[in-house]
Design a binder for this molecule. Structure first.
Ligand SMILES: [Zn+2]
Length: 135
């Protein structure tokens, strides 16, 4: 199978059997699936998916929406999404955390980072609340 048919979330599954259904409106059952689908949405430049899966308490919501969309678009365009490693996933009722390592490049520059992301479930929909970088 050509590698460009594989899901950018690095699940090794074809995109059509992985994050595509979430990008088309199906709700991810877990925060981990939401996290993976956000990673693949960044890789595919699906700006609206990133915005619609972010909780309104996220600091980005207080900023200029057009500027935020531009930032997501340039990040998607300028970044090579090399790998995604899930380090930890904890779910407790309506709250969840996912710790992951995103292996990213911008040109020759390594811009990889490790983050603990916080999620909350509202009306059966998981949303990204915030993230803190882990050294
Ligand atoms: Zn996927």
């Amino acid at each position: 199978m050509p590698s460009d048919h594989l899901c950018p979330c690095k699940s090794q599954k074809p995109y059509i059997h992985c994050c595509k259904k979430y990008h088309e409106g199906e709700l991810p059952e877990t925060a981990l699936l939401l996290m993976r689908s956000r990673y693949s949405a960044y890789a595919k430049g699906l700006t609206h998916y990133i915005i619609l899966s972010t909780h309104s308490s996220n600091p980005q919501f207080t900023k200029n929406r057009i500027k935020w969309m531009d930032e997501i678009e340039s990040f998607s365009k300028e970044t090579t999404f090399e790998d995604l490693k899930i380090v930890n996933f904890e779910e407790d009722g309506e709250k969840a955390t996912v710790t992951f390592e995103a292996i990213l490049k911008r040109g020759d520059q390594d811009i990889s980072f490790k983050e603990k992301s916080f999620f909350t479930k509202i009306d059966n929909k998981w949303l990204y609340v915030s993230g803190e970088l882990i050294k």
